[in-house]
Design a protein around this ligand. Sequence first.
Ligand SMILES: [Zn+2]
Length: 139
Amino acid sequence: MENADQTTAYRLTITVDGVELPVDEEMRHALLNDLSAVVRARFKERHGVQVDQDDITVATGYRYAQVSAECPLCSEELDLLSVYLNTGNGAYASARCSSDHCEWSGDAIYRIVDLEDSESNVVESSVLTDDITPNYAPY
Ligand SMILES: [Zn+2]
């Protein structure tokens, strides 16, 4: 999305909570693949919107978003400096492009995406154990 004035959306997120999917892995995969095919067909038949099958991802579980630590202008590696916590959920790091030909600088934004218990010897994701539930926020 190059132009901030554009109103076209390029990513669609459908979230279904509380569904009991088949325990059998093969049956679950079949259901997810079927859902993907139905969504694609519905877009085309009812709305004339073409979507490549490879652009549809139907998956179970939680997901988090991340971006590479590279310059948004020239794609060179960023130098991350002076990390500081904010008072809420996350931290910032001053970032500067490592290229001598680029002057981009700004903040890298970090968020807590999971908490791991330090008391046991086994590292366990609190998200995967259902001890905490992620929240999703749009940009
Ligand atoms: Zn750069």
